[in-house]
Design a protein around this ligand. Structure first.
Ligand SMILES: Nc1ncnc2c1ncn2[C@@H]1O[C@H](COP(=O)(O)OP(=O)(O)OP(=O)(O)O)[C@@H](O)[C@H]1O
Ligand SMILES: [Mg+2]
Length: 301
């Protein structure tokens, strides 16, 4: 795109803008998440406690999530699942404990550094810009990245022009992966609920986060939409190696999608392991059904 002053100014400024952009990109790369050695935890919680008045939302929670893993967190209502996501995303400060993201540890995750740390999230309730097109909603997931100055943005030159091109390309890649081509230019607010949830997933993925926190991404969907969405979550992991924390109530779906499942109940972690192990764990069955269960009879959640 050429700015309102024509190509001359743009050409004159280009080398300087290019150099500045280069320096910033290098600094950005240095600042970005340092991943641990292959297979190590990319996210770890260490003895996290959180209370609201007399309510203990989380009581001494420790959790280690390996890079590239899909880790489900399940548990009855009020078990502390969203509280955990809010701690990892810096919305809540734990009363005690630490959060490790890559090689950095925090007593409170700095919410303003979340994108730079490579963490993105979706919310339990839809949080789209209803009046904006799908593609613009998805591009908004990159807003934090803008390095261009206001002058550059107004004139549409230098870094601003390049950022716009790169943002559209990144959005279109996610749109293709999540099969949103047909609704790319539709207003988000006019889409059926299931598609809006998919757009929200696309917005969280557009910045290629290392860690993606999904708080009930399948809630309120039809069985078919849930299956589709599960496929897209899997596709994101396959395509970008994203580590995914998935909160979900649909146990059948969770068991098919996750590598590991952590079970919370009243703020405590009562089980953590592969799906096949967790679903037949008597403690887990009790938490879900509220009664002792005879798993000898081939039971399981
Ligand atoms: N901001 C808050 N203020 C007061 N209490 C809160 C707050 N956030 C969470 N809680 C309380 O902490 C406990 C855990 O809530 P949380 O939202 O983490 O549960 P959840 O497992 O996500 O439940 P659900 O499945 O219903 O979404 C609940 O008792 C809840 O009422
Ligand atoms: Mg919740």
């Amino acid at each position: 795109m050429t700015g309102v002053l024509g190509g001359t100014l743009e050409r004159a400024l280009a080398p300087a803008l290019e150099r500045a952009g280069h320096r910033e990109a290098e600094a950005g790369a240095r600042r970005s998440l340092r991943l641990p050695a292959h297979g190590g935890p990319v996210l770890a919680l260490e003895d996290i406690t959180l209370s609201f008045g007399g309510v203990t939302a989380l009581a001494g929670i420790s959790l280690a999530v390996r890079a590239g893993e899909i880790r489900a967190i399940i548990g009855p209502n009020g078990a502390g699942k969203s509280s955990l996501v809010n701690i990892v995303s810096g919305a809540y400060r734990p009363d005690a404990g630490r959060v490790w993201i890559g090689e950095e540890s925090f007593s409170q995750v700095p919410a303003h550094r979340l994108a730079q740390l490579g963490v993105a999230r979706t919310f339990q309730n839809l949080a789209l810009f209803r009046g904006l097109d799908v593609v613009d909603n998805i591009v908004s997931g990159l807003a934090y990245r803008a390095r261009s100055t206001l002058v550059e943005q107004v004139l549409g030159i230098g870094r601003a022009a390049r950022e716009t091109r790169e943002a559209r390309a990144a959005a279109d890649e996610v749109i293709a992966t999540l099969r949103l081509e047909a609704v790319r230019d539709r207003r988000a607010g006019t889409l059926p609920y299931g598609l809006q949830k998919r757009v929200e997933l696309a917005r969280a993925l557009v910045a290629r986060p290392r860690i993606l926190l999904l708080d009930e991404p399948l809630a309120g969907m039809t069985a078919t939409e849930k299956q589709e969405m599960a496929g897209f979550i899997r596709a994101a992991r396959e395509r970008w190696g994203t580590t995914i924390i998935l909160i979900e109530h649909d146990i059948g779906l969770v068991m098919g999608l996750s590598d590991q499942v952590a079970v919370f109940d009243y703020g405590r972690k009562i089980a953590d392991g592969p799906p096949a192990e967790v679903r037949t764990d008597p403690v887990v069955i009790d938490a879900y059904l509220g009664i002792p269960h005879d798993i000898e009879a081939g039971g399981g959640i």
